[in-house]
Every structure is written in structure tokens, then in C-alpha cells.
Write a protein that binds this ligand. Structure first.
Ligand code: FMN
Ligand code: SF4
Ligand code: FES
Length: 612
């Protein structure tokens, strides 16, 4: 691959798209200060342009949205504008699955499986079709195979990992190049719709989607947008009582993070607040890419004002004047709602030069991911925002010491932030009395797979798994449960004899299971669990950033091992021993949680005998 700048001018559409993000180029001296003595020397231009590197990802999005792909000329233009080497920019762009990349001008990108030849900048509709585990389970097969039979020069089909619409059982994300962003999700995506798209019937599919109901709402989901909420009473209360009061309430509530690691929120906020290094940053992690998870999307679509209020409280409490909401690229509707809400808040003076007109300055910015599971890991997320490849950093230093732009940073999951609102509303001690002693409050469970009523269930922690499945109407058509996946691809399978498990921190201790991001995926006896386990192994191989050996090689070895066992050519007992060794190495020596948890579901499948 020959990656150097090539002086091919961008097309007018490419230039327009990039300039809309970076502003029109002023002149060749862009960013520098011209020497007053002779006007022929400029200083500081390179530094000024490099400081804009954080705009690399938005600029790549602009190319993809506007022209349907990233051509060599388009990438070169971005590189010139930001003074980034083409090899580096290519490295960044190729880390994200949603970008359609032209490799060089003479060697066009190979077509996807099932795709007719399509030009990178052609008038094509790209359909990302979920072939991940919940959609496979619900359809008892691979949805991709049916859809790609409908090939057409107008449609580019792409297999996609989970699109965060798992409750509907087969999900698609449709994207058409356009000067505005034309991207929307459809679920369930039917063969008839695939057919319509292939015939060029995009218009028939665009339209208001009926929101799927939340199956059981607790306090987090019930707080829908009301006129009262738009006045942000909880933020007002936080500002009046001060940051120390907020932290003490959260401490009294014993609130722990809902993003997977269950870290105490009060400790994180206090550490950032107390750090003398300035500025501080706050990041809301709405990347939600764990297969089977769709709770954060539901919370945002249900109540975007609630998220802005909690982000403002978090920013105020941690002493941050700038916050980012990093939302996954697969959530165009939620992103649109958030953008409109933020604009509204700026117009009304709720955020901006001063919080609610009397507090400190506070800005909120949205950053959109582009299809990389690893970008949800908090330090990879920093790199993504900064314009580098989304690769995790070594810890320590921890984000509270050195995070975004190497400054003290607090990162929280969307659900954690909604729980903070509940802590302030009800008071820390009252919150601590709900749920269980070690895990107070409610949790959002994303129930999917073979249940009658898939969807989001908000429950106090401490319910049994069997009770939750019963609430979801049980397994349809009187079939029996083979296994349940708890916590997503990074979680583990439990068998039908484990349905008495209590869904809480205490309940799962010693059961080799975790709540993780709240995934409860049910598989009936018709599901080919071997293909589900193989899909999980492929997912981790695909999503590993490849930075450290135990994970880069280990995920490949794990996938090969699963394939060997499924083919029946290998001795499962011996393969289980190899997997044990592999899992130990990956857990002990991978840099980040992806490599550490990648063997978890596969190991549990071996323990339960799901592969034999
Ligand atoms: C591979 C990987 C992916 C992750 N993805 C997410 C994610 O999509 N959303 C999220 O909130 N946390 C995710 N996390 C956890 C974050 O690193 C971080 O712990 C979390 O956002 C902190 O928020 P909390 O304290 O509110 O849970 C991920 C972690 C790993 C290792
Ligand atoms: S564990 Fe995997 S995803 Fe994490 S840094 Fe290492 S290679 Fe990358
Ligand atoms: S949308 Fe298909 S598995 Fe989540």
C-alpha cells in the first residue's frame, strides 16, 4: 500500500463536505501568524493545524456522509487541511468499519460479499445488516443470506455486528450519501424491505418509525421529558448545593458504574474534582457496542433532556467546562435528538457561557463513533476523540489523572448518569435502600433472543433470572431454553439449570457470570448454539485492535479452536484444556478489557457442553 499525498484535487462534493467541518481554507498560511516585518514568513501554522487533529474523525464522517466513501483524493484533502500524514489518516480511517475506504486510486476497494461492483462515490445505498447473535437467535439463522440474494447495483450490503436494535430480531442501518446525513435504522428488516431497497425504493422506507415500547419502566425510564424537566430542577439543585454535596449524595447512594466495570462513581468524580491540573473534561460514553445491548439508546430516545441535565451535573461536579457525548455511529435517531436538544439548551442559556445563567461556563459537544467496539473502552475513546486510532492506552496513568488531551477526565456510561439524576431526586440514602445492599438502585436489562416480549426491563437488582424471563413472556411456542447469555459477548452463558440465579452483584458472585451491560439473551432449543459461539469468537477476532499480542493472536487462536471443535475433527477435552491456557494468558496479560474478557463466553460454552 503506497500511502503518500498525491496532489489529486478533491471533487467539489468532497471539498464541500470537508470544508463544512473544517471551515473554508483561508490561504496557504492557514493557522500561522505572518511575520509583520516582511510578510513572507509565517510561524506556528503547523502547530495550529495539528491542534485541530481532533477534527479528523468528524472530517472523515463528512466525507462518508456526503459522498458515500473516502476516496484517496478526499483523504488527501483532509490531510492537507489538518497537516496529518496520509499514512496516519489512513490508519485512523481503516480502524472504523463504517468507513468505505478506497485503498489507492488505481486499486479500488474490493467489493463486499454479495455486492455488485459499486464506485466508492457512487449513488449507492449502503445497508448494514446485523448478523450478530440476538438477530441470529430470533431468526433461527443468518439474516444476511436472505438479504444479499437481492443484489442490485444500487445497494451495497454489509454484514454488521450488533446494531443495538436487538429486541426486534433483525436489524438494518441504511445510509445514503447526501449533503445532509441520510441514515436511519430499520428493525425488523424484512425480505420485502430488502427487495424494495434493491429496486431503488429508498423513499418507501423513510418515515417515522413507531417507537418500540419499553416493557417495564422504573424511575430511570419513567422520567420522560416534561416541561418541568426542561427547566432542569436537579441541575439547579446541584449548583445551589455545590459539588461536594453532589459527591456525598452519590457516595451515600453507593452508586457504581453501569458501563461494565462497576467502578464507584463518587470516587471517580472526586478524584477529577480534586486534581489540580486543569482543564478537566467529562465524557458521556454512549458508544454501546456490546452485542445485545440497547439500553443507552432507549434512555436517550426516551429522554434526551435527562441526559443533558445529568451531563451538566457531572461537568459541574467534576469541575469540567467542556463535555463530550460520544455516541455510536449506528444510532442516527438518538444522535439527532441529542443534537436538537443541545441546540435548544444553548438557545435558552442553559449551557454555554454560564450554566443556567449563574453557574460556570459549560459546553457540550457530540462526537460520533464509526463502528469500532473497542472505541467504547474509555482510553481508546480518548484517542478516538483526539483523532488517533481508537486503541486503548496502558493504565496507569488512569483517566482521572491523565485522560482526554492528557488532562483529568471522568467517563461515565449513559445509564450511570440517569442513575445520578435519580440519586439527586430521591436523595443518596433513599437510593441506597433500593435494590440490594451491594448493588442499590435499578438496572436496565436488555432482554432479547427467543422470548415473547423482548425489550428493556428496568428492575431493582435482586430479581431472579427466571422471573425476568417470565416477565418477558417466556420462550414462545412452548419451546425450552437451551442457554442464556448474560452480560453480552464479553459475559458468559448459563444453562437452563441456572435460571434461579439472582441478578445482582451478590447473586452472580461465584457463579462465573456478570451483569455487564445488562444483556439477557435467551436461546431456545432450535437455535444452533455452535454458530452463536463461533460468531462470538469471530466478533472478538474482528474487534481486537491488534495492539497487544495476547489478544491479537489469542482471539485468532480462539476462533480456530472453536472451528476445530465444531467440525468434529478435534478432541473437545483436549481443546478445552488449550482454551483454558489461552484464556489464562489473555486474561492476565492483555492490555484492556477486550482481550481480558474475550474468552469468557466461549469458556462458559465449553463448561456447559454447548459445543459437543
Ligand atoms: C472493549 C470495551 C468496550 C467498552 N464499551 C463501553 C461502552 O460501549 N459503553 C460504556 O459505557 N462503557 C464501555 N466500556 C467501559 C468503559 O471503559 C468505562 O469503564 C465506562 O464507560 C465507565 O463508565 P461507568 O463508570 O459509568 O460504568 C467498555 C470497556 C471495554 C474494555
Ligand atoms: S486487549 Fe485487544 S483490544 Fe485491548 S489493547 Fe490489546 S489488542 Fe487491543
Ligand atoms: S441488533 Fe442484531 S444482535 Fe443486536
Amino acid at each position: 500500500l503506497d500511502l503518500h499525498a498525491r496532489d489529486i484535487p478533491p471533487t467539489s462534493a468532497e471539498k464541500l463536505a470537508v470544508d463544512a467541518v473544517l471551515g473554508p481554507p483561508q490561504n496557504g498560511w492557514e493557522g500561522g501568524t505572518r511575520s509583520p516585518s516582511d510578510g513572507r514568513i509565517a510561524r506556528g501554522g503547523l502547530r495550529a493545524r495539528m491542534a485541530r487533529r481532533t477534527l479528523l474523525l468528524p472530517a472523515l464522517h463528512a466525507l462518508q456522509d456526503g459522498t458515500g466513501g473516502i476516496s484517496v483524493a478526499g483523504l488527501d484533502y483532509v490531510c492537507r487541511r489538518l497537516s496529518v500524514a496520509p499514512a496516519e489518516a489512513y490508519g485512523v480511517a481503516s480502524a472504523y468499519a463504517q468507513f468505505e475506504l478506497e485503498v489507492t486510486d488505481d486499486t479500488p476497494h474490493g467489493p463486499e460479499i454479495g455486492t455488485s461492483e459499486v464506485a466508492i462515490n457512487g449513488p449507492t445505498v449502503t445497508v448494514h445488516l446485523c448478523d450478530d447473535i440476538a438477530c441470529r437467535a430470533a431468526r433461527h439463522g443468518d439474516p444476511f443470506e436472505t438479504a444479499v440474494a437481492q443484489t442490485s447495483p444500487l445497494v451495497r450490503w454489509k454484514r454488521s455486528p450488533c446494531l443495538g436494535q436487538c429486541d426486534a430480531g433483525s436489524a438494518a442501518l441504511v445510509h445514503q450519501p447526501s449533503s445532509g446525513r441520510l441514515c436511519f435504522g430499520i428493525s425488523p428488516f424484512t425480505v420485502a424491505e430488502a427487495d424494495a431497497l434493491a429496486r431503488g425504493g429508498l423513499d418507501d422506507l423513510i418515515g417515522p418509525r413507531t417507537a418500540r415500547p419499553v416493557r417495564k419502566a422504573g424511575p430511570l425510564l419513567r422520567s420522560s421529558v416534561s416541561p418541568g424537566q426542561k427547566t432542569f430542577p436537579l441541575l439547579r439543585q446541584a449548583i445551589e448545593r455545590g459539588p461536594n454535596w453532589v459527591i456525598e449524595e452519590i457516595r451515600a447512594a453507593n452508586l457504581s458504574g453501569r458501563g461494565g466495570a462497576a467502578y464507584p462513581t463518587a470516587m471517580k468524580w472526586e478524584a477529577v474534582r480534586a486534581n489540580a491540573m486543569k482543564p478537566h473534561y467529562f465524557i458521556c460514553n454512549a458508544d454501546e457496542s456490546e452485542p445485545g445491548t440497547f439500553k443507552d439508546r432507549t434512555l436517550i430516545e426516551n429522554n434526551p433532556f435527562g441526559l443533558i441535565e445529568s451531563v451538566a451535573i457531572a461537568g459541574f461536579t467534576t469541575g469540567s467546562e467542556h463535555a463530550y457525548i460520544y455516541i455510536r455511529g449506528e444510532y442516527p435517531e438518538a444522535e439527532g435528538l441529542l443534537r436538537a436538544t443541545i441546540d435548544d439548551c444553548y438557545r435558552k442559556g442553559i449551557v454555554g457561557p454560564s450554566l443556567l445563567g449563574s453557574g460556570p461556563p459549560f459546553d457540550i459537544e457530540i462526537r460520533r463513533g464509526a463502528g469500532a467496539y473497542i472505541a467504547g473502552e474509555e482510553t481508546a475513546l480518548f484517542n478516538s476523540i483526539e483523532g488517533f486510532r481508537p486503541e486503548p492506552r496502558n493504565k496507569p496513568p488512569f483517566p482521572v489523572q491523565s485522560g482526554l488531551f492528557r488532562k483529568p477526565t471522568a467517563v461515565n456510561n449513559v445509564e450511570t448518569l440517569f442513575a445520578v439524576l435519580e440519586v439527586i431526586r430521591s436523595g443518596g440514602e433513599a437510593f441506597a435502600r433500593t435494590g440490594t445492599a451491594e448493588a442499590p438502585g435499578t438496572r436496565l436489562f436488555c432482554v432479547s433472543g427467543n422470548v415473547t416480549r423482548a425489550g428493556i426491563y428496568e428492575l431493582e437488582q435482586g430479581f431472579k433470572l427466571s422471573e425476568l424471563i417470565a416477565m418477558a413472556g417466556g420462550v414462545p411456542e412452548g419451546r425450552t431454553i437451551q442457554a442464556v447469555l448474560l452480560g453480552g459477548a464479553a459475559g458468559s452463558f448459563v444453562g437452563r439449570d441456572d435460571l434461579d440465579i439472582v441478578l445482582s452483584k451478590e447473586g452472580l458472585r461465584g457463579r462465573d457470570a456478570t451483569l455487564g451491560s445488562g444483556v439477557v439473551m435467551v436461546f431456545d432449543d432450535l437455535v444452533d448454539l455452535k454458530s452463536i459461539v463461533a460468531r462470538i469468537a469471530a466478533f472478538f477476532r474482528d474487534e481486537s485492535c491488534g495492539q497487544c499480542v495476547p489478544c491479537r493472536v489469542g482471539t485468532v487462536r480462539q476462533e480456530e479452536l472453536v472451528a476445530r471443535v465444531i467440525s468434529g475433527k478435534a478432541d473437545p477435552v483436549r481443546e478445552a484444556q488449550i482454551l483454558d491456557d489461552l484464556a489464562t494468558v489473555m486474561r492476565d496479560s492483555s492490555i484492556c478489557g477486550l482481550g481480558q474478557t474475550a474468552p469468557s463466553a466461549v469458556s462458559s460454552a465449553f463448561r456447559l457442553g454447548l459445543l459437543s
